[in-house]
Design a protein around this ligand. Structure first.
Ligand SMILES: [Zn+2]
Ligand SMILES: [Zn+2]
Length: 300
């Protein structure tokens, strides 16, 4: 395995290759010519890319194209195409995470606070889509988070640009549901490495000393997910994070509870008790779900 220093050095070179508007324009041209048209990439001719980019000096243009070739761009017999790292660069740029910093003030969205019943507000700030209750203390207790915060989901600026807040609210929760499902199945959807799931410490045990997590959440039944490779960390409700598996999948479907916020609002108020290493949740109708530390859920 390469040392961190060796990887860092290669990453620095890769980033420096992108430090050119002409080269980013070449990637944009290749995207428009070879990717946007469909899932199977075609080729673009040298002269086509050069015309798109608008650099008439052939020596200068080929200097920049050469810098990208092999790593971000693939040269073929009939032209050029975007390699996967080149596509990743385009995707990242289009999310706006590097340069866009939109702020959306709180606006009403459909749904009620599961703690007090007040109408929900959604806002967007510093890369997070925040779901907030205007009337109560909320779920998250942290100095970086305003009172009333019920959920705070990392979401790209592109998700709230040209998209109304109601739609962004719904999509951000649907998107994080996918993340939680993968992490509850044991892997990180961002990097593919193993994920550790931790249930709250039993009474009397000290919480982990990593400083992250349970003490910032006003709920005794949450699960913490941690990927030790890329640093992806999330806190979720275990019955929400397993909503695509039995017995939860059938429960939600039978009761007509839609994926996303509706499912969060359904499970969060359920009572929770610690039973040994397990958590036992009970619905208002007396249905009980037992969650083991391997996130196996059994209906009792
Ligand atoms: Zn509330
Ligand atoms: Zn990861």
């Amino acid at each position: 395995m390469d040392s961190i220093a060796a990887v860092r050095s290669r990453d620095a070179i890769a980033f420096s290759v992108l430090d050119s508007e002409v080269r980013l324009a070449i990637l944009d041209s290749l995207y428009e010519r070879t990717v946007a048209s469909g899932p199977l990439a075609g080729n673009a001719a040298y002269s086509t890319i050069q015309a798109d980019v608008g650099v008439e000096d052939s020596g200068r243009f080929s200097y920049h194209l050469d810098k990208l070739t092999d790593q971000f761009v693939t040269k073929t017999e009939s032209g050029y195409r975007l390699a996967e790292p080149g596509r990743e660069v385009i995707r990242l740029r289009r999310t706006g995470v590097f340069t866009a910093d939109p702020t959306l003030e709180p606006e009403p969205v459909d749904g009620e606070c599961y703690l007090c019943g007040a109408g929900l507000r959604a806002l967007y700030r510093r890369g997070y889509l925040v779901t907030r209750c205007p009337d109560c203390v909320g779920l998250i207790d942290h100095e970086l988070v305003d009172d009333g915060t019920l959920a705070s989901v990392s979401y790209p600026p592109s998700g709230v640009t040209g998209v109304d807040i109601q739609t962004a609210f719904e999509r951000s929760h649907r998107r994080s549901a996918h993340t939680f499902r993968a992490m509850s199945a044991g892997f990180c959807p961002n990097c593919g490495h193993d994920v550790t799931a931790t249930l709250p410490p039993a009474d009397g045990d000290r919480p982990g000393d990593d400083g992250y997590g349970f003490r910032h959440v006003n709920h005794d039944g949450m699960v913490r997910f941690a990927c030790d490779h890329c640093g992806c960390r999330h806190i979720s409700h275990p019955l929400y994070a397993t909503d695509d598996r039995e017995p939860m999948a059938t429960f939600f479907t039978r009761n007509g509870i839609a994926p996303g916020w509706e499912r969060i609002a359904a499970v969060m108020p359920w009572s929770v008790t610690v039973a040994g290493a397990d958590l036992v949740f009970e619905t208002p109708d007396g249905v009980r779900f037992r969650v083991g530390d391997d996130l196996d859920v059994r209906r009792e």
